[in-house]
Design a protein around this ligand. Structure first.
Ligand SMILES: NC(=O)c1ccc[n+]([C@@H]2O[C@H](COP(=O)([O-])OP(=O)(O)OC[C@H]3O[C@@H](n4cnc5c(N)ncnc54)[C@H](OP(=O)(O)O)[C@@H]3O)[C@@H](O)[C@H]2O)c1
Length: 333
């Protein structure tokens, strides 16, 4: 694609759409938000006025049909991602969709197929993968600084007296696992790969929403990992990986960390890596790089990992008994 300035369309005007659009400004003239859709025109207009966006819609279908964008960013609750991403890809508009990109692996596999059929870029907005501190952390790990990694620990959980309604609503894909658990799962998947065995336990509320979850992953290599997530308490929010020569630790909040800590026989060292903005412009830049290169997969946000992690989420949900409307059609395929 020969575009100098990539035109972004934003679907939804909630929290993450606001942060993402704010961070697009870090990319200067390379990126511009040209369209926004909301369920209400009033909200679309307010968002558009705040960010200087030209085209405003009260329906994402019209945003897609009007063709004023090169790439769509989807910031709705998880259950809405699939239909919107599918429609955009079928219209040959590239997609960067919030995590989890779908509720099930089957849906994610379908979106990857649709991306291929339409030769159009598709990526999950798993922003921690593009974070410079995290990239330096994994470069360090790959160098063998701590030897062959055998153990990982990762945790993501918080509590607020008034939790956002979507986190407690099954119809909106609520629960700690899909919202937060996907981050420590991604960390361990990056550190140790796809596990050979997964065991999970969780506490659910009366609506069947998981309030906290603990997972154990085992690898035939002998490696193991412990992963926790929750909505009931303030967690340490750290992630670490260990090997015979030492450990690497991402401090709170590990998915957007201020630095990392390397502990080896040489001692303990804090490793600082320059980072700026809110942290979302890195994934946007990766998507734009892939778009310009004519790729349908962004190397930093790989399809295979998106699908494998959704398979692990499917398995975990089955083990702890969390289901969402539509699972009968999609789960387990
Ligand atoms: N990458 C990150 O750091 C990060 C952080 C938080 C969340 N997320 C992900 O981003 C997504 C949205 O999270 P959020 O925290 O931004 O949620 P949010 O503040 O509730 O915003 C979601 C927006 O989606 C739109 N929407 C469309 N259909 C909806 C429905 N049926 N019910 C409610 N809202 C609906 C609404 O915008 P309109 O009123 O304009 O239609 C709403 O404001 C989730 O998938 C979440 O996992 C990612």
């Amino acid at each position: 694609m020969g575009v100098d300035r990539v035109r972004w369309g934003i679907v939804a005007t909630g929290n993450i759409s606001t942060s993402f659009t704010e961070d697009l400004a870090v990319l200067g003239d390379e990126a511009v938000a040209t369209a926004v859709s909301s369920r209400s025109l009033e909200s679309a207009n307010k968002f558009a006025d705040e960010f200087g966006i030209e085209h405003r819609y009260d329906d994402w279908r019209r945003l897609i049909d009007d063709g004023h964008v090169d790439v769509l960013y989807i910031g709705t609750p998880h259950p809405q991602h699939y239909a919107i991403a599918r429609a955009a890809l079928q219209a040959e508009i590239a997609v960067l969709c919030e995590k989890p990109v779908t509720l099930t692996a089957k849906q994610a596999r379908d979106l990857v197929s649709v991306a291929h059929e339409n030769n159009t870029l598709f990526a999950e907005a798993m922003w921690m993968r593009t974070n410079p501190v995290i990239q330096a952390f994994f470069t360090d790990l790959a160098k063998g600084t701590i030897g062959e990694p055998t153990d990982a620990l990762a945790d993501f959980g918080f509590h607020k007296p008034q939790l956002p309604a979507r986190l407690l609503d099954p119809a909106l894909g609520g629960g700690s696992l899909m919202d937060g658990g996907i981050y420590p799962m991604t960390f361990v998947h990056m550190a140790l790969g796809n596990p050979d065995e997964l065991k999970a336990v969780g506490s659910l509320n009366d609506d069947g929403i998981d309030l906290n979850v603990a997972m154990s992953w085992r690898y035939d290599s002998g490696a193991v990992a412990a992963i926790t997530c929750g909505l009931r308490s303030q967690h340490p929010f750290t992630a670490s990986v260990s090997g015979p020569e030492g450990s690497l630790l991402l401090p709170s909040r590990f998915h957007n960390p201020p630095y990392y800590i390397r502990s080896t026989a040489a001692g303990q060292e804090r490793v600082d890596v320059p980072a700026h903005g809110l942290g979302y412009h890195y994934e946007a830049a990766e998507v734009m790089r892939a778009l310009r290169a004519g790729q349908i997969e962004c190397p930093a946000l790989p399809h295979a990992a998106t699908i494998e992690i959704l398979e692990l989420l499917d398995q975990t949900r089955r083990q702890i008994g969390v289901s969402y409307p539509g699972d009968d059609e999609y789960l387990g395929g």
